[in-house]
Design a protein around this ligand. Structure first.
Ligand SMILES: Cc1cc2nc3c(=O)[nH]c(=O)nc-3n(C[C@H](O)[C@H](O)[C@H](O)COP(=O)(O)OP(=O)(O)OC[C@H]3O[C@@H](n4cnc5c(N)ncnc54)[C@H](O)[C@@H]3O)c2cc1C
Length: 379
């Protein structure tokens, strides 16, 4: 067993850490307060080549392994979870199917624009009536001979108003359920494509979450990703990798909360001593540190398995459910340690507490993760 990261992984993680702490953390609360998309930061991330981390080098990307990407998302999320999810969607959900299954022509056309950060991408699967059960989707893609005609609405799409290139999952054969879904590259510029409601959210407020409207959108024939009828499989594969990314986001948020609470508790004097002298507070740190450590192994191990072409679906779901519930727990405890000050907006722990909550919901709720895990451990 080797528990060490490679020199390259450490170097990139350290670069991400320095950038995140110097360039993202100082303004994260302001972007959150205004619910403003952090374009200047995204542009800087593009300069650092963080927007095409899993795109092969021949298309201008960095071709990093999943472990490296995990470390980068963790560091960015530690400074701002909204930036973490924007980055995770750009590097994983939004582009995975295209990288893995797209034709050479599609990859040459779209991947360089994403790798350079010139354009952002997004992933449109969820609909108002099709969340956990996305086989209930009603968005259709009709074969019109020389093009596909897409109609429907997608809900809660990350990067929805800021992306220009979308992976959209739509029904090409309604009678076949999950086997009747296909994946398409859809450009924002196509007539009939528009952004609907921009959601107001509890956390990750600087990241945009929107509705997408597809009203008789003509999509070129060649924009079908991979094979017709394989959209469900491609979506599941994208989510499997994405769940490791949610693990990284959770780890970042939790560590940020832990560190803030620790620094605070060393200086907060009650009963004549810093509150770190109180055993009740010490035990909270012991529990928080233990859960953070356990999460690291689950998340890094899932990434390691993916990097080594070993089965990782179960481990990705385990990492996702454990890490997200850990982040909710740790941010809750961090706020408790900081008492009334932790509850105030002035202190970042209030934001971490709000940001942690989404990790239990998107890319498959905790209940869905338990379904996946149960199906793989009960034989
Ligand atoms: C901020 C945000 C960003 C998002 N980004 C994207 C994105 O970029 N692209 C995208 O396609 N989607 C995105 N989503 C959608 C997200 O993945 C879904 O919200 C999520 O999968 C849950 O679906 P739902 O909200 O419809 O809840 P529902 O499926 O209606 O679930 C409601 C409740 O029922 C439970 N439940 C459902 N089915 C079962 C079951 N079989 N067994 C036990 N319990 C069950 C759920 O766990 C949950 O507790 C985003 C959502 C949010 C909030």
């Amino acid at each position: 067993m080797n528990f060490e990261f490679t020199e390259d992984q450490i170097q990139i993680r350290d670069m991400a850490r320095e950038f995140a702490q110097n360039e993202i953390a100082p303004t994260a609360a302001q972007y959150d307060e205004k619910a403003e998309f952090p374009w200047p930061i995204i542009k800087k991330m593009a300069e650092l080549n963080f927007l095409g981390m899993m795109i092969p080098e021949q298309y201008g990307g960095m071709d990093f392994d999943a472990t490296t990407v995990t470390l980068v998302i963790e560091e960015i999320s530690k400074a701002d979870a909204a930036c973490g999810v924007i980055l995770a969607v750009q590097n994983s959900l939004g582009v995975s199917a295209l990288v893995k299954h797209g034709s050479e022509e599609l990859k040459k056309k779209y991947l360089p624009q994403l790798a350079s950060g010139e354009k952002l991408c997004a992933f449109g699967l969820t609909e108002a009536g099709a969340g956990s059960d996305f086989s209930a989707m009603t968005t259709t893609a009709e074969d019109k001979g020389d093009h596909w005609l897409l109609n429907g609405r997608k809900t809660f799409i990350t990067n929805g108003s800021t992306a220009e290139i979308f992976t959209i999952i739509a029904m090409t054969d309604k009678n076949k359920g999950a086997r009747g879904m296909s994946a398409f590259v859809v450009e924002k510029s196509y007539p009939g494509f528009s952004v609907g409601t921009i959601e107001k959210k509890l956390g990750i407020r600087a990241s945009d979450t929107t509705e997408l409207i597809l009203d008789n959108v003509k999509v070129p024939k060649e924009n079908l990703i991979g094979k017709k009828g394989h959209g469900f499989i491609y979506a599941m594969q994208s989510l499997d990798t994405g769940r490791i990314g949610v693990g990284a986001q959770s780890l970042g948020i939790a560590q940020a909360a832990y560190e803030k609470a620790l620094a605070y508790s060393k200086t907060r004097v009650q009963w004549g001593s810093p509150i770190t002298k109180l055993q009740a507070i010490q035990f909270k740190f012991a529990d928080m540190a233990t859960r953070i450590e356990a999460t690291k192994w689950l998340v890094y191990h899932a990434a390691y398995l993916r990097d080594n072409d070993k089965p990782f679906v179960k481990e990705a779901s385990m990492a996702k459910v454990f890490s997200s519930e850990m982040a909710t727990y740790v941010t809750h405890q961090a706020m408790q340690i900081m008492g009334g000050y932790g509850y105030m907006k002035e202190y970042d722990v209030e934001r971490y507490y709000r940001d942690a909550r989404i990790t239990e919901i998107y890319e498959g709720t905790s209940e869905i993760q338990r379904h996946v895990i149960a199906s793989l451990v009960i034989k």
